[in-house]
Design a protein around this ligand. Structure first.
Ligand code: B12
Ligand code: SF4
Length: 641
């Protein structure tokens, strides 16, 4: 039986106005896609690093054209509507990384009369896709005589329900559909389901699978499932996987049209390395990207930053590497960025690092400066010279029992002393965090920390206590998260084994909701502790003081003060509105046509693909046949009771 939401919302209303709007959007995006995929180096030197998109006069030659829509699905909000904003906070790195792979494909297959167009659609800022948009995409493709492939991109677990609903609607309309990202990469059950509906899944990083997949598609032989089977063998938290080397991988494309959707339009993202050597039990990075660190060629990355500044006016970067301090190439990259500054490109950046990156002053009397400390000292020095203004550091808990339970040993401070009293152990963690914050501040760099609520040894007072401790150690910005058993993590495996999962609706796996039972606290107590944490840290008085003083008094550089002052207000505002700031934006909008109608996979398939035979994985041939058959059908009418 199909579960339905909503009270009398006529989601099936198809006005000519909506249709025209959707068609216009598809046309604009298609044009943007052409610009995106046709970089022309402006002199011979730059022919070697043409990753950055430039507006060029482009002369088309008739060829087989495949228009790929990379769509980043949003999620459903508390009322069941697709969450989206007038302006976003950060452009999505997955979209730009995938767009770059298409550019590379075009270069590789230039002699074969095939051209790939890229269209990026980020639902959180470009608005939800509905039935009329799907029609418009189809009509536009027919008008232009191009083929279309739909790629649902960077789908995280909380975006899976929305991504799945879109995948099935596109499938019903006859499009070939692929889904990639952390959710399918960490949760084989969703792959099995999607494959059984004819949706192709891609597990892991696409750098080594994309060319093969596109070749298969163009031959009419796209498979239902792709994963990385060559490259570097990397350990995970539970076994081993293959991951691609990214040394020579195409750098992200910059789409100027897409950037206009964001509040800070001169900012973009770059992943310079991938993987993480640590084994935190709540995190899927080590299991999807492996524990062996891999980096892009630092020279190409620095050239990319130079081009981004010169041709796109980029002045701020978010290095999305999970732990830039563990990148094998941090030193040449920071030196290169520092050199760019000396040559007039003032590009500032924020980055994510582990606790040890800032741990250099962690010395007791009589201890000598170890190589570990020297490395951290050098790292901070160079980060400052290279233009870093903010370091995101995962503190996650002050309680060493929680850190041990989450196997986040790197944050504890035992120094070989096994039988430390709990009070002493806690004091040491606090002191370690304090020294780390002081070290970053000493270089003028702000500290943004991640902190989790709902670990096994947390109590109803943990939220408020944590916020007070974070204020005491001098953290500039804090993001709080509710502990969530994300598929693909050890925490998820354990929660399933112990039967502690309380909500299987993945829409709520956004670390803003309680989806797992706690050993001692109720869900309400966890939520209250979470709320206490942010209302204490972002109290009206602290917001007022921080704004009035322009974040002064902590030795931060000008760029850090500038960004922390506005981010502090935005973070406070988001939390007070009950939204996680990292899933946020400016001015929330609502499209009544896209109200959620189903929760489970089974209900989704009954609603969107009513005549589909679910359950038996199909061969690639039958997928093509079924897709052709589906073209003849109408897009299911999205009606609710
Ligand atoms: C940067 C980042 C953010 C940024 C935003 C993104 C940005 N501006 O780019 C911010 C800080 C806002 C953020 C927020 C959140 N994040 Co985040 N984030 C990351 C991080 C560190 C890097 C993402 C990235 O760019 N990776 C590099 C790209 C190239 O990799 P990728 O996205 O996986 O894409 C590759 C493959 O998956 C595959 N692929 C992906 N899509 C597709 C599609 C097709 C068709 C194909 C063929 C292939 C393919 O090919 C790609 C290229 O190799 C990742 C961790 C990580 N290592 O990826 C966490 C991560 C993705 N985030 C995570 C989470 C949970 C969140 C939040 C929910 C947290 C919160 N409560 O705020 C929010 C959700 C926000 C949102 N709406 O997306 C989790 C997701 C886990 C899961 N199973 O859901 C991750 C994995 C971190 C973790 N510790 O587990 N995040
Ligand atoms: S939480 Fe951070 S340090 Fe821990 S495994 Fe994940 S990326 Fe690495």
């Amino acid at each position: 039986m199909v579960k339905r939401f909503g009270r009398g919302v006529k989601t099936a209303v198809k006005t000519a106005k909506d249709w025209r709007k959707a068609k216009r959007e598809a046309r604009t995006l298609a044009e943007a896609g052409v610009l995106l995929t046709t970089p022309t180096p402006h002199n011979d030197d730059e022919a070697t690093h043409p990753a950055v998109v430039r507006r060029t006069i482009y002369e088309a030659t008739p060829c087989r054209t495949l228009r790929i829509y990379f769509i980043k699905p949003s999620k459903y909000d508390e009322q069941g509507y697709v969450l989206y904003y007038w302006k976003g906070v950060l452009p999505n790195n997955t979209l730009t990384a995938l767009a770059a792979l298409n550019e590379e494909y075009n270069r590789m297959r230039a002699a074969e009369n095939v051209f790939i167009e890229t269209v990026l659609w980020d639902e959180i800022v470009e608005g939800p896709i509905h039935a009329d948009t799907i029609r418009a995409i189809k009509d536009k493709a027919q008008e232009d005589g191009v083929e279309v492939l739909i790629g649902l991109a960077g789908v995280q677990t909380n975006q899976y329900p929305r991504g799945r609903d879109l995948a099935l609607q596109f499938k019903a309309a006859g499009f070939p559909v692929i889904m990639g990202g952390f959710h399918v990469s960490g949760y084989p059950d969703s792959c099995t389901f999607l494959n059984s509906c004819g949706v192709t899944t891609v597990v892991g990083e696409a750098e080594s699978t994309w060319v093969g997949l596109l070749d298969d598609f163009l031959r009419g032989e796209m498979k239902l499932h792709y994963s990385v089977t060559t490259g570097i063998r990397a350990k995970t938290g539970t076994g081993e996987i293959f991951v691609p080397s990214i040394a020579e991988a195409q750098l992200p494309a910059i789409d100027d049209r897409y950037r206009t959707q964001f509040a800070h339009q001169t900012m973009t993202t770059l992943d310079t390395s991938r993987g993480c050597p640590f084994t935190c039990s709540y995190c899927s990075v080590k299991n999807v990207m492996g524990r062996t660190m891999r980096a892009r060629d630092p020279r190409s990355a620095v050239d990319w930053v130079r081009d981004a500044a010169d041709y796109h006016g980029i002045d701020t970067l978010f290095l999305v590497d999970d732990d830039f301090f563990r990148s094998p190439q941090w030193e040449p990259l920071l030196l290169g960025l520092a050199d760019l500054r000396k040559h007039g490109r003032h590009v500032n950046f924020m980055m994510q690092v582990d606790i040890d990156a800032g741990g250099y002053a962690d010395l007791r009397s009589g201890e000598i400066d170890s190589s570990k400390h020297q490395r951290s000292r050098r790292f901070i020095e160079l980060a400052k010279e290279a233009g870093c203004y903010s370091a995101f550091v995962g503190f996650e808990s002050f309680n060493p029992q929680n850190l041990m339970a989450a196997t986040k040993f790197q944050n504890t401070d035992r120094r070989g002393e096994r039988n430390l009293a709990m009070a002493e152990s806690k004091r040491r963690v606090l002191e370690k965090y304090r020294r780390v914050v002081e070290n970053w501040h000493h270089a003028g760099i702000a500290v943004h920390c991640g902190y989790m609520i709902g670990f096994p040894f947390d109590t109803p007072d943990s939220g408020r206590e944590a916020a007070l401790d974070l204020i005491e150690v001098g953290v500039d910005l804090a993001s709080f998260f509710i502990v969530t058993p994300l598929p693909g993590t050890e925490d998820h495996i354990k929660a399933v084994e112990e039967g502690t999962i309380s909500d299987w609706d993945f829409n709520w796996y956004d670390s803003d909701h309680v989806v797992m039972r706690h050993p001692t606290m109720t869900a309400e107590e966890i939520l209250k502790a979470y709320r206490d944490a942010y209302t204490t840290f972002y109290s009206p008085w602290r917001v007022f003081k921080n704004t009035l003083t322009f974040s002064s008094g902590r030795g931060l550089c000008w760029e850090a003060r500038d960004s922390i002052t506005s981010e502090f207000v935005y973070w406070a505002h988001s939390y007070h509105r009950g939204r996680h700031p990292m899933i946020g934006g400016v001015w929330k909008l609502r499209d009544p046509l896209t109200k959620r109608q189903v929760i489970t996979d089974e209900d989704a398939v009954s609603l969107y693909l009513p005549n589909w035979k679910v359950g038996q994985p199909m061969s690639s041939v039958s997928v093509q046949e079924a897709t052709v058959a589906a073209v003849a059908r109408e897009i299911p009418t999205l009606t609710v009771e």
